[in-house]
Design a protein around this ligand. Structure first.
Ligand code: CP
Ligand code: NVA
Length: 341
């Protein structure tokens, strides 16, 4: 199947059809297989990378992907530019669109990336906002497609345990709904996706046949799931004070060996967008050990994170291939069918 994504933004998953998202995964698979033999599609293109929040994977994936494809990048953080304080987002968008062929943005309010997209006549990519993390979804669904024992994403079942009212919970639910997968959001009711997000997902599921479950019940959510995902319990931009409440709510939803056992599957696989608090090698990990007695990781135990079920490094590598696919499909000269060949 060929779809034409040239000139398109990636701001929210729901702005894309299943065919478009699948085409991006197909392009990513081709680029990944090509390795160093890949053709360069983006010579002389320039991409602005605007980060209000910190990043390792997303920034590196955009930079390396651009370099693979012959494009150049310029990294802007708020302290080193006028963005976000001395110039409106709309004006920054108009300026950046005069100099760059595409703009990536990571930040707090989702409205900021929508404003950028509205005022820049070049592709705008959402590199994470409080509400959505669409480039992560490309990597997560490519990883599940690669690792599933089923015939494809419409047969895949996965559970997401943890804070489900932020970017990762929202994006996993809606992307599963678009692609027709079986998604279980397993979290305390206070941390469920907002009703507006659930409505978007339910409408998409009615079209795709996706099976969506939002539950507090671990057994209901985990039974039969082929993949178990989690994320940090307190996200970037949230106050430190959130930890006490979050730990109290989410301790039962921690991904440990017992959580994996509840799937009833010996072939269950563990995923995490990363970065993860899985040991005491970070200040936050040590603080959680002292304050909450979480001596063996916070949202995931070290036994699971470093164990045989974990596919987190394959998932992290796929950030590169999927972001490269996004750049090639939206910024190159070809429809996806011609790239895939
Ligand atoms: N998963 C992810 O977005 O990682 P970074 O915060 O390192 O970009
Ligand atoms: N929910 C996390 C995801 C990080 C990739 C955060 O926003 O910090």
């Amino acid at each position: 199947m060929s779809v034409d994504l040239r000139g398109r933004d990636l701001v929210r998953e729901i702005d894309h059809t299943a065919e478009e998202l699948t085409a991006l995964l197909d392009v990513a698979s081709v680029l990944k297989r090509a390795g160093r033999q890949r053709v360069r599609h983006l010579e002389r293109r320039n991409i602005a990378l605007v980060f209000e929040k910190t990043s390792t994977r997303t920034r590196c994936a955009f930079e390396v992907a651009a370099h693979h494809q012959g494009a150049d990048v310029t990294y802007l953080d708020p302290s080193g530019s006028q963005f976000g304080h001395k110039e409106s987002t709309a004006d920054s968008a108009r300026l950046l669109a005069r100099m760059f062929d595409a703009i990536e943005f990571r930040g707090h309010a989702h409205a900021t990336v929508e404003t950028l997209a509205a005022h820049a006549d070049v592709p705008v990519y959402n590199g994470l906002t409080d509400t959505w993390h669409p480039t992560q979804m490309l990597a997560d669904f490519l990883t599940m497609r690669e690792h599933t024992v089923t015939s494809g994403l419409r047969e895949v079942s996965f559970a997401y345990l943890g804070d489900a009212r932020f970017n990762m919970g929202n994006s996993l639910l809606v992307t599963a709904a678009i692609l027709g997968a079986d998604c279980r959001i397993v979290a305390p009711r206070a941390l469920w996706p907002d009703a507006s997000v659930r409505a978007i997902a339910e409408a998409a599921a009615a079209r795709s046949g996706a099976r969506l479950t939002v539950t507090e019940d671990l057994d209901e959510g985990l039974r039969g799931a082929e993949f178990v995902h989690t994320d940090v319990w307190v996200s970037m931009g949230e106050p430190e004070e959130a930890w006490d409440e979050r730990v109290a709510l989410l301790r039962p939803y921690r991904v440990d060996v017992e959580a994996l056992r509840r799937t009833g599957r010996s072939d269950v696989q563990f995923m995490h967008c990363l970065p993860a608090y899985h040991d005491q090698a970070t200040p936050t990990g040590r603080h959680a050990a002292e304050r909450y007695g979480l001596t063996d990781g916070i949202e995931v135990s070290s036994e699971v994170f470093d164990g045989p079920a974990s596919i987190v490094w394959d998932q992290a590598e796929n950030r590169l291939h999927t972001i490269e696919a996004l750049l090639v499909a939206t910024l190159g000269d070809l429809e996806t069918g011609a790239i895939v060949g």
